[in-house]
Design a protein around this ligand. Structure first.
Ligand SMILES: [Fe+2]
Length: 226
């Protein structure tokens, strides 16, 4: 008798190392006004920071990578992708606030990502990606199902992982579907600075032929006509 396990429906996560190529585009983020983030430490008041003209090389790079992720990995027809929101996250281990970032996802977005402008994995602050298949992440009361994982077996089987850590570094970009729940592990020391962003197709969502399509250009044109 033979058995094989099929690994169906994996979640795509792109990890791109840009080295120091785009760090100059975000060198001023620490000088921007911030506010308390309910789930974390500080975030910039400006939630469109990648629209600043001096960040254009980074913006263009990220839009290109999002388009490639959308067309080549997720197989969408929409080829032209833009960044709908972008903001800086600044965490200081000694700020007295949250040193990590609580579990969340990004609504009103298709692809989300993070560019890391200052991170040292030795200090903590890993990106934690949470499995959509883990019983605790399903839309049922968690304690209606009581299972007891065997830690030794869990380590051997990716199907049993409740989450996976990505040890992010300065200059790295991570892209993932916006519905994927994620969090940030506590920072043990020092400072962590990242730029989060959401991506949508410039042409809108869906097909205008079926009555449910949403064209962003239609609204932009209407605003300009006011
Ligand atoms: Fe996030």
């Amino acid at each position: 008798m033979q058995q094989k396990i099929m690994g169906l429906f994996p979640v795509p996560v792109a990890i791109i190392d840009t080295g120091s190529e785009f760090l100059a585009c975000v060198a001023d983020v620490l000088e921007l006004p911030t506010r308390d983030n309910d789930l974390a430490d500080q975030m910039t008041l400006n939630t469109q920071i990648l629209d600043d003209p001096h960040r254009r090389p980074l913006l263009d790079f990220l839009c290109g990578r999002a388009a490639s992720f959308a067309t080549e990995v997720l197989a969408y027809r929409q080829r032209d992708w833009g960044i709908s929101n972008s903001w800086g996250n600044i965490t200081r281990a000694d700020s007295g606030r949250k040193s990590g970032h609580g579990v969340h996802n990004h609504p009103n977005s298709v692809i989300s990502g993070v560019f890391y402008s200052e991170v040292d994995p030795v200090q903590g602050g890993a990106l934690m990606l949470h499995s959509p298949n883990d019983p605790h992440n399903l839309h049922v009361p968690a304690h209606t199902i009581l299972l007891e994982p065997d830690p030794d077996k869990v380590a051997q089987s990716p199907y049993a992982w409740p989450w996976a850590n990505v040890d992010v570094r300065t200059g790295m970009v991570v892209l993932f579907p916006s519905w994927l729940r994620h969090s940030v592990a506590p920072l043990k020391s020092g400072r962590r600075v990242s730029i989060a962003f959401n991506c949508v197709p410039h042409d809108g969502l869906g097909s205008l032929r079926d009555g449910y399509g949403l064209s962003f250009a239609k609204f932009a044109d209407a605003r300009q006509g006011r």
